[in-house]
Design a binder for this molecule. Sequence first.
Ligand code: KIV
Length: 282
Amino acid sequence: MKRKPTRFDLQKMKENGEKVVWITSYDYPTAEFAEKAGADMILVGDSLGMCVYGYEGTVPVTMNQCIMHCEAVRRAAPNTFIVGDMPFLSYQVSVEDAVLNAGRFHKEAGVDAIKLEGGKRVCPQIEAISDGGMLVIGHIGLTPQSSGQLGGFKAQGRTAETAMALIEDAKAIEEAGAFALLVEAVPPEVMAIITQTLSIPVYSIGAGVHADGQLMICSDVLGIFQAFTPKFVKKYASLGAEIQKAFEAYADDVRSGSFPADEHTYKMVEGELPRLRESLKE
Ligand code: KIV
């Protein structure tokens, strides 16, 4: 049976050039599959707002929703490093909020670390959560909670100035005490500089191969998220089409009366039906 990696294992993997496999999951069944597939880390992302609840973005997601999904994932994947994603307004307003909400993820859902979005402006929160004895992963580049400010779900760091700002943010996050960093939707050349500059592990989602590991959204990997597909997604299955086919076949069978068949029904105990009929006559 695999052992849950610690932060030191993840650090060693960077030093040994071993890639970390990181995937999102929001529920018991997919988390169980992810652990069996040997994922090193699972992110219970606030992308659950889109992938599970059908919101247009991540902004409406609440702490209680995140905690509930983290609990289910924790139960399913006891030997995988679980990261809880701090939802919008759970850390932006004050450092105190940030520590209390990071603490809730740990106390109520048993996560191994939390992730929060932003560069220099969230470094006081990163420092305070780390001082509270918890592990923090930073998240820069395309940060979905501030997609309004970014002008949409767009690639970041494509000019020298914006790339420089990301590199400065990355350094500040490491200095503030984060034990790892996630970089989303930036060009691979910029990602390579960040990965080489930082001594902590740097993971990519949509930022190319020059990273210490990769993160993907499980709904994209499985081909079940239908609203849109980012350029960086590789679908490994078309479960959406399979699910649609299965539901349509079920509906056809119900309407035609071919389901349930005899093998899907329970038998009465031998001799009980005549007795029931007799009772009905009385
Ligand atoms: O919520 C999430 O799944 C994320 C990824 C988009 C990085 O934060």
